[in-house]
Design a protein around this ligand. Structure first.
Ligand code: GLV
Ligand code: MG
Length: 348
């Protein structure tokens, strides 16, 4: 274990000092772009105005013979686009692939000063973060990059879930974590073929009601609840951000919305959008509901110093509900700064 003082030391002479607190950014959706496709790249400037984060994907879903084109396409896209306040991320290839090292060695020197976050797939433990942490510090120093490039781990191996807290706390470079339900399902040998969401076979059957043969109610359960809960606690403890990851059934926006909504209610701040139709779903879900914001504002107004107990509409409020209300109102203010339409619905 590093001492607390050493934890915040730059890992190379000349590298920027690690952040002590994360930059405040709205990241409701991380929109995935395949950068080897020129037609897609051409639409990135327009896309950048519509999403909170644009991510150039280099890993899974990019064919092996297009890996170098994707890397070059990402560099070109980063150079030629003004992203403004929109985040620019990349998902590099996994550590055990032939591409990962050159992803980092080529991208950081070329556009490291524009890159906010590197998403790292298949993180198994804190050692995976330490490796990239050191390498990035050396590259930042060598190329005079002024702000630290952050790391975002995908939680998508059984071993990663075992080590989730240690991963979250591995470095001040940690930005957050996303659930990767497809790889995680494979790693756990779950018997599914889906990218996120529920499964009709995973359900609880109601007790027989004694009426002799009447059909028994049964309810689908959330396959991801346990992992999401562990991830949210690990991230909150470390002061980093949890995200739900991909939802692969583009024909089922309702199920996508339900999965995002569960993640939002459990503490996640955003999700991936893999298809343009998922951008608005994420925006809707990860921006707080105006009625909820209105009620939260009433709680804050009713308890100006955040202590004591009051009744609102028959519901008890105290110091703890004041803190819950503050989470919602703070998020609403952050959303309102970016989105004038939502600002109006929140009454700011
Ligand atoms: C994402 O990378 C996943 O495997 O679900
Ligand atoms: Mg994956």
């Amino acid at each position: 274990m590093k001492t607390s003082r050493a934890f915040f030391e730059p890992l190379a002479v000349g590298a920027p000092a690690p952040y002590r607190t994360l930059p405040v950014c709205l990241e409701r959706m991380i929109h995935f772009v395949p950068p080897h496709i020129e037609k897609v790249r051409a639409k990135v400037p327009e896309l950048a105005g519509k999403v909170d984060v644009v991510l150039g994907n280099l890993e899974d879903a990019i064919p092996a013979d297009q890996k170098l084109a994707a890397r070059q396409g990402f560099i070109e896209m980063a150079r030629s686009t003004d992203f403004g306040a929109t985040g620019l991320w990349t998902r590099i290839n996994s550590y055990d692939s032939p591409w990962m090292l050159d992803d980092v060695l080529e991208i950081v020197p070329a556009i490291g000063d524009r890159l906010d976050v590197i998403m790292v797939p298949k993180v198994n433990g804190p050692w995976d973060i330490h490796y990239l942490d050191q390498l990035l510090a050396q590259l930042e120093a060598k190329h005079a990059i002024e702000k630290p490039i952050l790391l975002h781990a995908i939680l998508e191996t059984a071993e990663g879930v075992e080590n989730v807290a240690a991963i979250a706390q591995a470095s001040p470079r940690m930005h957050g974590m996303s659930l990767g339900p497809a790889d995680l399902a494979a790693s756990r040998r779950m018997k599914t073929t889906r990218v996120g969401g529920g499964h009709p076979g995973y359900r609880v059957l109601a007790d027989p009601d004694g009426s002799g043969g009447a059909p028994r109610g049964s309810y689908q359960q959330d396959l991801w609840h346990y992992t999401l809960g562990r991830m949210v606690d690990a991230c909150a403890t470390a002061g980093i951000k949890p995200f739900y990851g991909p939802f692969g059934d583009f024909q089922d926006p309702d199920a996508c919305e339900a999965q995002f909504q569960n993640a939002f209610l459990m503490g996640c701040v955003g999700a991936w959008s893999l298809h343009p139709s998922q951008i608005d779903i994420a925006k809707r879900v990860f921006s707080p509901d105006p009625d909820e914001v209105a009620f939260a504002r009433r709680i804050l107004d009713a308890m100006p110093d955040g202590s004591g107990a009051v009744m609102l509409d028959g519901k008890m409020q105290d110091d703890a509900t004041w803190k819950q209300a503050k989470v919602i109102v703070d998020l609403a203010r952050q959303v309102a700064e970016k989105d004038p339409e939502l600002a109006a619905t929140y009454g700011f």
